[in-house]
Design a protein around this ligand. Structure first.
Ligand code: UD1
Length: 419
């Protein structure tokens, strides 16, 4: 799909963010653990969610998804899913839970954005401790659950978001077993998953800290849950507004989960105010900055490409260091096509102030595509973005939302139907 973006736009107005992709995916994956009916609200209608729903349906969970609400009922579970899962990394989250419930799980090897080596060794190490052996065979991955007889302690070598969620979900139904996971990731989406599991009767404590304990229970009960707002979608709009000098109100998000981003932006001169469930971004004079990404509460890697765009618009030389992924600077080549002055040295970039002009661009991963979309909207003259459909993986209702905040675009060519 090719999108043509008019350019010379100011990003302003009012917008409402959807439920967090990175919370919805693990919450949906955990539905293979349920024994009673579950209702989940604020599930974003995005391509990655469709893929996860296809996977859990294929595993035997009955799912109805309408108007951002999922109603799920347990059914006859099977541990083998062959048709879906290779396009999202979060598919790995089903491996342990399905193995515990069915004894044997087999999935396509997880995919996702190509932002560097995304190994699953931390997941596999943890699963082993939980009595699950994992075999990788060609493009499939198999997990066999025997049993776990005594309490378990898992030390993660890195606070991986996915591994923390995966091991937490896998431990929930190990009835009578106490599991302790150390060096956990602390992202708000993990807290949301923990709240959901506990609302069904799971016994998890310590979510949001680096030490999570799980006392396995026999079954999970009926529950209703609502997904938190999307921090990364919010951050994308905040940075878009700041880079164009527009005033933007963003609804559907609490500053409690945005502190690490808004504080960093305020340090460089951004004017942002927060009320209970909204943020307002004002036109601001920004200073150059030095920024490093890292596990929460450090600055999110998923907003690093967008910050690169912002660095082009400030008056001076900025530096950004990426510490989470090893290959997350592919947006730099695209921004350079638009006239950006950026140099890359291993995991660090230096950005000089640059006036961006329209260009022919290619989207490669989700956040990069969002970045070049906002770069194109605010650049001088029109741009075309190839592989624009990647945006549907993480941004809901994007056509209407973009128009609402002043981005003028049209779709020139559709290669295949998406979402
Ligand atoms: C999640 C988010 C993603 C975000 C990332 C980091 C979801 C669905 N996705 O991805 O948007 O960019 O957190 O905040 O929530 N690693 C290993 N071995 C492992 C696991 C991870 O080496 O077994 C490495 C990865 O290659 C990567 C780093 O650890 O370099 C972070 O990965 P992780 O925190 O697991 O991210 P995801 O859960 O995949």
């Amino acid at each position: 799909m090719i999108a043509r973006i008019r350019g010379n736009s100011k990003i302003e107005g009012e917008i409402t963010v959807g439920g967090a992709k990175n919370s919805a995916l693990p919450v949906l994956a955990s539905l293979v653990l349920i024994s009673e009916e579950i209702k989940i609200e604020k599930i974003p209608d995005i391509a990655d969610v469709s893929e996860m729903i296809s996977m859990i349906r294929s595993a035997g969970v009955a799912v109805n998804f309408e108007k951002n609400t999922v109603l799920a009922r347990p059914s006859n579970l099977k541990g083998e899913i062959r048709e879906f899962g290779s396009s999202i990394r979060a598919s790995i989250l089903l491996l342990g839970p399905l193995a515990v419930r069915t004894g044997h799980a087999e999935l396509r090897y997880p995919g996702g954005c190509s932002i560097g080596k995304r190994s699953i060794d931390i997941h596999i190490e943890g699963l082993k401790k939980l009595g699950i052996s994992v075999n990788e065979k060609n493009d499939m991955i198999e997990a066999i659950f025997d049993k776990v007889l005594k309490d378990v302690r898992i030390d993660l070598r890195f606070p991986s978001v996915g591994a923390t969620e995966h091991l937490m979900m896998t431990s929930v139904l190990l009835n009578g077993i106490h599991t302790e996971i150390r060096n956990c990731a602390k992202e708000p989406e993990i807290v949301d998953l923990g709240k959901f599991l506990n609302s069904m009767g799971a016994k998890i404590s310590g979510v949001g800290t680096d030490r999570i304990s799980i006392d396995g229970v026999k079954k999970l009960n009926a529950s209703v849950h609502s997904i938190i707002g999307d921090r990364i979608e919010t951050g994308t709009y905040i940075i878009g507004a700041l880079s164009s000098g527009g005033m933007l109100k963003i609804n559907g998000i609490s500053n409690n989960v945005m502190h690490n981003v808004t504080n960093e932006l305020k340090k460089i001169g951004a004017k942002i105010t927060a009320s209970e469930n909204a943020l307002i971004v004002y036109p601001s004079n920004l200073r150059p900055f030095k920024l490093s990404t890292g596990p929460y509460p450090q600055f999110p890697t998923d907003l690093q490409p967008q910050m690169t765009l912002l660095a082009c618009h400030v008056n001076g030389h900025s530096e950004i260091t990426e510490t989470v992924f090893e290959n997350r600077f592919r947006h730099v080549d695209e921004l350079k096509k638009m006239g950006a002055d950026i140099s890359v040295d291993k995991n660090k970039i230096e950005v000089m102030p640059s006036k961006l002009h329209g260009a022919k661009l290619v989207g490669n991963d989700l956040r990069e595509t969002a970045t070049i979309l906002f770069a194109a909207a605010t650049a001088d003259g029109p741009s075309e973005i190839e592989k624009f459909e990647i945006i549907f993986r993480g941004y809901e209702n994007i056509y209407k939302k973009l128009k609402d905040i002043g981005i003028d675009f049209e779709i020139l060519k559709i290669d295949r139907e998406v979402s």
